[in-house]
Write a protein that binds this ligand. Structure first.
Ligand code: NAD
Ligand code: SER
Length: 317
C-alpha cells in the first residue's frame, strides 16, 4: 500500500533533505511538508504539497492528517540542545506537548510515527564509552529531559494504544543543505563553511571532546529503513542507538586540513555547549540496530569530509 506521509519540521536540517528523499521514493504528491512559521524554500514548495503544521496546535495537526489521509508521520519538529538550554519553556512546549499532540492524532487516525531521539538522551552517569542500548539515562540538559520523556511516551503509545512508534538516537548530523538549528554538535558543520570561506575556525568545544557523528545520507537511510522494517523484529522501537563515526575537534580539523592546508583552528569554549557535550557519550554501541533491522552506515570520517568539501566548495563558489 502506498504511504501518505507528513513530515513535521520539514524545513529544518534533517527535514529539508528527508522530505525530498521521501518524495523520490513514495511520490511527490504523497509527502506533505509540514512547516511552522517559515514558508518552505523553493525546492520543497515546488516539488509537492505543504501545510502550516505547528505541532503545539493539535487541531492544526489533526486537520492536516485528515485532509491528506496521512498514515505515516515523520515528526522532526523540535528545539535542539543549545536553544533548549536558553529557552527551556519553549523546549518543553515543542518537544513534549508537541510530541504528545502528534501521538494523540496518530492514535486517532492510525498513523505510524517516526520520532528522533538523540545522544542527548544520555547524561553524565551513563557509561560514556561504548554506551549500551539499555543503560542509565539521567540527562542534565532540558533537551535531554525532553528526549528521554519522548522515548518513554512513544513506548507507552505503542504498548497501550498500539501506535506504531519507532525512533533513532541520532548523533550529531553533518550536512551541507540546511544549517543546523542550534545544537551542541553544530561545530562539526560550521567548521566546513568557515574553512572554505575564511580558512580558519574558532571552535566552541574543546580539544578532546569526543562525540558520535553521522553524515546526512546515512541519517536519512536509517530513518526510512527503520520505518520499513518488519514490526515483529523490533525489540526496542524507541529508540535505537545509531552511529557512524566518533571524533573530537582536533581529528576533524586534521582531516579538513588535508584538503585546505592553510586551514587553522583555535578555541573559544562555550561553557554551556561544553557542559552538554561532556555529559554525552564518546561513542555509542549500535549493535542492536545492526542486529534488529540491519543498520549499516556507509560514510566514514574521511569519505564524509571529502564529500562535504567537494559539495560546499561548489556551493560557496
Ligand atoms: P532543526 O532545528 O534543524 O529543525 C527543526 C524544525 O522544527 C525547524 O524547522 C523549526 O522551524 C521546526 N519547529 C520548531 N517549533 C515547531 C513547532 N511548534 N511546530 C512545528 N515545527 C516546529 O532540527 P533537526 O536537526 O532537523 O532535527 C530534527 C529532529 O532530529 C529533532 O527531533 C532533533 O532533536 C533530532 N536530532 C537532530 C540531530 C542533529 O544533529 N541535527 C541530532 C540528534 C537528534
Ligand atoms: N545535534 C543535536 C544537538 O546538538 C544532538 O541531538 O542538539
Amino acid at each position: 500500500m502506498m504511504s501518505k506521509i507528513l513530515v513535521t519540521g520539514s524545513v529544518g536540517q534533517i527535514g529539508s533533505e528527508l522530505t525530498m528523499v521521501l518524495r523520490g521514493i513514495y511520490g511527490n504528491d504523497n509527502v506533505v511538508a509540514g512547516v511552522n512559521r517559515t514558508q518552505p524554500g523553493e525546492k520543497l514548495r515546488d516539488s509537492g504539497p505543504w501545510e502550516a503544521c505547528d505541532c503545539t496546535n493539535t487541531d492544526l495537526v489533526d486537520s492536516v492528517v485528515k485532509k491528506h489521509k496521512i498514515d505515516v508521520i515523520y515528526h522532526l519538529a523540535a528545539i535542539l540542545s543549545a536553544v533548549a538550554e536558553a529557552k527551556p519553556d519553549l523546549a518543553w512546549k515543542v518537544n513534549i506537548d508537541g510530541l504528545y499532540n502528534v501521538l494523540e492524532v496518530a492514535r486517532e487516525h492510525g498513523c505510524a510515527v517516526f520520532v528522533p531521539s538523540s545522544i542527548g538522551a544520555f547524561g553524565p552517569t551513563t557509561p560514556l564509552d561504548d554506551t549500551p542500548q539499555d543503560t542509565i539515562q539521567r540527562p542534565t540538559s532540558m533537551y535531554g529531559v525532553t528526549k528521554v520523556a519522548g522515548e518513554l511516551l512513544c513506548d507507552y503509545y505503542f504498548k497501550r494504544f498500539q501506535v506504531d512508534t519507532r525512533g533513532l538516537r541520532y548523533p550529531g548530523i553533518i550536512s551541507n543543505e540546511t544549517l543546523p538549528g542550534g545544537g551542541t554538535t553544530d561545530y562539526a558543520v560550521e567548521i566546513f563553511y568557515e574553512a572554505i570561506k575564511h580558512k580558519k575556525y574558532t571552535c566552541p568545544l574543546g580539544a578532546g571532546t569526543f562525540l558520535d557523528m553521522m553524515y546526512m545520507p546515512d541519517a536519512i537511510d536509517g530513518a526510512i529503513k527503520l520505518m520499513e522494517a518488519e514490526s515483529g523484529k523490533l525489540k526496542h522501537r524507541n529508540a535505537f542507538n545509531v552511529t557512524a563515526m566518533s571524533f573530537d575537534p582536533e581529528i576533524l580539523a586534521a582531516e579538513v586540513k588535508k584538503y585546505i592546508p592553510e586551514f587553522t583552528m583555535d578555541y573559544n569554549v562555550d561553557p554551556v555547549k561544553q557542559g552538554i557535550a561532556d555529559s554525552w557519550p564518546n561513542n555509542m554501541d549500535d549493535s542492536e540496530a545492526r542486529k534488529q533491522w540491519g543498520w549499516e552506515p556507509k560514510y566514514t570520517l574521511p569519505v564524509m569530509v571529502k564529500d562535504m568539501i567537494e559539495v560546499l566548495s561548489k556551493k560557496l563558489g
